[in-house]
Design a protein around this ligand. Structure first.
Ligand SMILES: [Zn+2]
Length: 543
């Protein structure tokens, strides 16, 4: 038996606890430090001492980095890309125990001494001793630890396949890490003559219902897009309510129509997307005054399976037109009742049309100037910048008001699905049979991972170039946000997610199932990769 650093369940548990102890909340300093520490850790492996060029850090945005670590077999071209993210969500909800939130062994001990308002299920799991608690344990440093073990094992045993470990920041916010990794994956492909066979993520199992004990694997991931609107009314003084039309009034019609609208719901392969919901609705007016609010914004969340950005924009535009019609009808009735002259009729404009209109009116240079000014505000995120750019343009084109300007706000996660792909199906079959036979673990396959993940940025399939509507209607496109659609299209290998079982991701009771995470899944994934690579070997021998 070859001596491995991370070979036994105990050693793997120690590795996980070390990774968790490197606190790496999205957008924190720890997130910047994490890949540097990880690189040092991986340098301990003999493989990277021999091939230091196979271990690298690459630039993401905002001073953050992502890491690639490759096990390269001298003759193999087939490559399995092991994807993970190392950022975690915040730890505020741990309260007094926050300092221990990233010390899983200690935290689990402390919880045993005192758990006040845990759910019944969490108490049961805690007392069973079968779970390890802590921020980032399940989501998803365990996935990374498992991938590190695979690299170690493959390099010591000379597996006839290449493994490319990719671990990125920012998954929990904008996925800038993964979006920046796309060109790097393409570059490595060329440099080492790699053939990507599979993009394997190790995100944890997400429950389908509360306290769901079922173990799932995933052959795809759900998409998410955010249609947004700027409502531009006509200002007036509160003493003259009929002198204008407020933006909250216009907004209310669209929000009524968007919230829970089943027209946006998709059902594919027996799975259904959650209906849309409002993520934010607010006025752009910054302080109280007796001038009526005439600029408001709304942001809606829409999940996707088959639809692309163009189809959603068409649907959103139709709904916005219905909302504008309803709003106009009500408004006209009021005007007739009180015998006042209407200030206008609310119309719907795509951001793309507003931009073209402003460009014709003022020229491109002026628009670039406006954008630059907005982007200089570092405290604004991409959502806020999107609204502010649109708002600035509308202020200069008030002849278009009252109106609903429709646009997209980042981020956009395209849906990806590999169900039916030969290799993906073989993997599903293998994992299902092996888990049952060896561990009596029942495995169910889900077609669309319901937790949103970085697999959205590989294997983009959309022959109708549906992304063009996204580019054209995203105000911050190309400046502070972009999605490398063309590159993603070239990374056209199937996707699969096989990760550890845990519960309550993003909650204080985030926990990892010890036996599943340290014994069962690492072993099954290892066998699965071995199955893929040795099958290739036999095929070569036959030919
Ligand atoms: Zn995650």
């Amino acid at each position: 038996m070859i001596n491995m650093k991370w070979g036994t369940p105990e050693k793997l548990r120690e590795l996980l606890c070390e990774l968790v102890s490197w606190k790496s909340i999205t957008l924190s300093d720890g997130e910047k430090q994490f890949p540097i520490l990880l690189k040092e850790k991986l340098k301990d492996l003999e493989h990277f001492q021999k091939y230091p060029e196979h271990l690298s850090l690459h630039q993401a945005d905002l001073g953050r980095q992502f890491l690639t670590a490759m096990y390269k077999h001298p003759e193999a071209t087939d490559t399995i890309c092991l994807i993970s993210h190392f950022d975690t969500v915040n730890t505020e909800e741990y309260g007094d125990l926050q300092p221990f939130s990233t010390m899983p062994e200690k935290l689990t001990q402390l919880f045993l001494e005192k758990y006040d308002d845990f759910s019944q299920d969490a108490i049961k799991d805690l007392e069973s001793g079968e779970y390890l608690f802590g921020r980032g344990t399940m989501d998803m440093k365990m996935g990374l630890a498992m991938h590190m073990r695979l690299i170690e094992k493959a390099s010591l045993e000379n597996w006839p396949v290449n493994l490319l470990l990719l671990t990125v920041p920012d998954e929990e916010v904008n996925s800038s890490g993964m979006r920046c990794a796309v060109p790097v994956l393409l570059h490595l492909q060329e440099q080492y003559n790699l053939t990507y066979k599979l993009f394997l993520n190790g995100e944890p199992v997400f429950s389908q219902k509360p306290a769901d004990p079922q173990y799932y694997i995933y052959t795809g991931t759900i998409g998410k897009i955010m249609p947004a609107a700027l409502f531009y009314g006509k200002e007036t003084h509160v003493g003259e309510p009929f002198g204008g039309i407020t933006s909250p009034f216009i907004a209310s019609f669209l929000t009524q129509k968007m919230e829970w609208n089943t027209e946006f719901q998709e059902t594919v392969l027996g799975e259904r997307t959650p209906v849309p919901v409002t993520l934010q609705q607010k006025d752009l007016k910054l302080e109280y005054s007796t001038q009526t609010p005439y600029r408001s914004t709304a942001l809606y969340n829409v999940f996707l399976m088959k639809r692309n950005a163009s189809e959603i924009m068409d649907l959103f535009e139709r709904i916005a037109n219905e909302a504008a019609n309803d709003c106009n009808t009500v408004y006209l009735q009021v005007c007739q009742k009180y015998r006042v002259e209407p200030v206008g009729k609310v119309r719907v404009i795509r951001y793309q049309e507003l931009l073209q209109y402003a460009k014709d009116k003022f020229g491109w240079e002026y628009i670039e100037e406006i954008k630059k000014e907005i982007h200089a505000n570092q405290e604004w995120d991409d959502r806020e910048k999107s609204f502010r750019i649109t708002d600035k343009l509308m202020i200069q084109c008030q002849e278009l008001s009252p109106s609903i300007v429709i646009l997209y706000a980042p981020p956009y996660y395209p849906a990806v699905n590999s169900t039916g792909n030969e290799l993906a199906e073989e993997c599903v079959k293998f994992v299902t049979e092996r888990a049952l036979e060896k561990y009596n673990l029942s495995v169910e396959r889900i077609h669309y991972f319901n937790g949103i993940c970085d697999l959205s940025y590989v294997n983009y399939q959309d022959s109708y170039e549906g992304w063009t509507a996204f580019e054209a209607n995203t105000p911050v496109w190309g400046d502070s946000y972009d999605v490398p659609f063309k590159g993603m299209e070239k990374l056209n290998a199937p996707v699969l997610n096989v990760g550890p079982f845990g519960k309550d991701a993003h909650k204080r009771t985030e926990r990892l199932h010890i036996r599943n995470a340290f014994e069962e899944i690492p072993f099954i994934v290892e066998e699965m990769i071995y199955m893929i690579s040795s099958k290739k070997k036999t095929a070569d021998l036959k030919s």
